[in-house]
Write a protein that binds this ligand. Structure first.
Ligand code: ZN
Length: 323
């Protein structure tokens, strides 16, 4: 919930007033590139889903990505594997990622925030979070190489941030930044609840809202990138493993294609020089790297899109998982 409190004061300026509707242009969109990353594996709400449902959801999500030849890296919280009687099946859901040709990275054992648990405990979380995925990757002749910060919390002070980064580098990790994020984790519990109740009308309403909000966030982020670093870098999109994405990631990919995006690997995206730009961002609340760069330059971003309040209101009573 703390992420949400941060957004409420922003509920004034609608993005369309600033940049105009995203679809009004008749010219072909520019050539854009994006890498897809999917967090909180094996599933955001793994605690309340059966292993069978997780496997079914994973097959659907990966099937779409695989059919459309879209690369992706999934970031794992291994704690979610340990449910009595289901450990093997939950590991099977992770193995599917590699069998389908995708890659796995570490997202800490229990989704620990560097800003909350302190450096030492967080380092333990990183180490504990890599035991199963390291084995699975070795089975596929791959090496563990990517790390994603839970909540995008990278440290409340620069010393902690730099020490954590040095620790990750020492263990062979490359940090996976995020530049595009449309808060699918906020929609997901509401969507999953509607699905459980068979409320297809609400599922459709949520899907429409999610896709249109994503389009708005992409437009805003492209502008912010141009203002901040002078061009649109190879973007990195943050999604989460949930039923909304399993059912509709194909629709989201279509939204991106309409904006001119091609889908590249995380490795390719990270080759963009943007990811080596000065970045001294620190804060109580994690945020994306476009914000990092803008804040580093002393130009905090203005006019971010407003997240639909009605979704927040429906999500509140559902104790939704955090990003
Ligand atoms: Zn997460």
């Amino acid at each position: 919930m703390r992420k949400l409190l941060r957004m409420l004061p922003l509920a004034v300026a609608a993005l369309c007033c600033i940049f105009g509707p995203a679809s009004s242009t008749a010219v072909a969109p520019p050539d854009r590139q994006v890498a897809i990353t999917i967090d909180d594996l094996p599933a955001g709400s793994a605690n309340s889903l059966s292993a069978a449902t997780i496997i079914e959801m994973t097959a659907k999500l990966l099937g779409t990505l695989h059919d459309q030849k879209v690369p992706a890296v999934g970031f794992v919280n291994e704690k979610k594997l340990y449910k009595t009687g289901e450990v093997d099946d939950r590991i099977k859901a992770l193995r599917m990622w590699l069998d389908y040709g995708f890659e796995l990275g570490n997202h800490t054992f229990s989704h620990a925030s560097l800003n909350q648990v302190g450096l030492r405990a967080w380092e333990d979380e990183v180490v504990q979070g890599e035991s199963v995925i390291r084995l699975l990757l070795a089975e596929h002749k791959m090496k563990l190489r990517y790390f994603r910060h839970p909540y995008l919390d990278t440290g409340r002070d620069l010393q902690t941030r730099r020490q954590a980064e040095a620790f990750l580098v020492e263990r062979g990790y490359r940090i996976a930044p995020v530049t595009l994020d449309a808060w699918d984790w906020m929609y997901a519990p509401v969507y999953e609840d509607a699905k459980k109740r068979g409320d297809t009308a609400l599922q459709q309403k949520l899907t429409d809202s999610y896709l249109s909000y994503s389009d708005t966030v992409f437009a805003y982020s492209e502008q912010l990138a141009k203002q901040t670093i002078g061009y649109e870098p190879k973007q990195i999109l943050l999604l989460h493993a949930n039923q909304l994405e399993a059912d509709h990631i194909g629709d989201l990919l279509d939204v991106m294609r309409k904006r001119g995006y091609r889908f590249v690997t995380l490795e390719d995206a990270l080759s963009d020089q943007a990811y080596g730009l000065p970045d001294t961002f620190v804060g109580e609340e994690g945020t994306g790297w476009l914000d990092h760069w803008a804040i580093t330059q002393g130009k905090p971003p203005q006019g971010a899109p407003v997240f639909p309040q009605w979704v927040i209101d429906l999500a509140k009573p559902l104790h939704q998982p955090q990003p």
